[in-house]
Design a protein. Structure first.
Length: 284
């Protein structure tokens, strides 16, 4: 599967459709510089990408890498209709065999509150909602030929819908129960950051032993539940220090810290400066 880090989101470039007769072959290409999504609606494509065999029967899809050669593994055995679409990303991506831990980067500028995330798209597979995918691919072709204002903008929206469907199918096929539990634990901690959350309460909420939850979060985020909660509280405190005139002590209490001294210690460790100096840097 492919692992994309966003933002930025992958973007649509161009698309088309083609019909190969019985005995038809896909062109051999090398390092085309864009991802190539192929969706077969009738017949079957037989491709090979750098030694990897990809069979794409009707109702299935495959994504070819931008940095490897691909060619026909064997000619079509019947008339074959397919859509093709090129897309690319300006963000990091890689190919993985399983879902990997991800830790969002810490921005030095607190105004840059851009929450990065990863999502996984399978290399190939069967479309669960075939007709919907075909409609989106047809819409992309219509918009490509349209002269209307906003057609290019609409193309990107349609592409994101298709991409979301593909990554949802990948989630259903490759969902790691440990990462799913870690996501659930993280969501609970974000909702409850103003309150005092114990490992016992976390275990009761998620119906798993606290040690197992900690193991899952370590795998997903590279930290324990307590570390995750502390980091999230610090990020909320940064926003209050910048955007309000509330006393630092009140901010410590509002973000779930039991004592002022502990808040200052945690803040200094994670932000590299004390709360007062941090506020002075961004508020004149």
């Amino acid at each position: 599967m492919f692992r994309f880090t966003s933002p930025p989101m992958p973007h649509y470039i161009t698309s088309g459709e083609d019909v190969y007769p019985n005995g038809g072959s896909h062109a051999a290409r090398s390092d085309i510089g864009v991802f190539d999504l192929l969706v077969t609606t009738r017949g079957c494509l037989f491709l090979e990408e750098d030694g990897l065999k990809l069979t794409i029967p009707a109702g299935h899809f495959a994504i070819l890498r931008p940095d490897r050669p691909h060619r026909t593994a064997k000619p079509c055995s019947e008339e074959t209709h397919f859509y093709w679409m090129h897309f690319q990303t300006l963000g990091p991506w890689n190919e993985v065999t399983e879902r990997e831990p991800y830790e969002a980067p810490v921005h030095a500028d607190p105004y840059m509150q851009i929450e990065t995330f990863v999502f996984h798209v399978p290399r190939s597979g069967e479309l669960a909602a075939k007709e919907m995918a075909y409609e989106w691919l047809e819409e992309l072709l219509r918009l490509q030929a349209a002269a209307e204002t906003g057609a290019r903008f609409k193309q990107q929206g349609t592409f994101q819908q298709l991409l979301f469907q593909l990554q949802e199918e990948g989630s259903a096929a490759a969902k790691d129960p440990q990462l799913a539990l870690a996501d659930e634990a993280a969501a609970f901690l974000r909702r409850s950051y103003r309150e005092q959350v114990s490992y016992k309460e976390l275990a009761e909420q998620l119906h798993f032993h606290a040690n197992y939850i900690a193991l899952c979060m370590k795998k997903a985020f590279g930290c324990t539940p307590l570390d995750y909660l502390t980091r999230y509280r610090i990020e909320q405190a940064k926003q209050l220090l910048i955007h309000t005139a509330d006393p630092v002590g009140s901010i410590a209490e509002a973000t779930g810290f039991l004592t002022f001294s502990y808040f200052v210690r945690c803040f200094s460790k994670h932000a590299g400066t004390r709360p007062k100096e941090f506020r002075q840097r961004y508020r004149r």
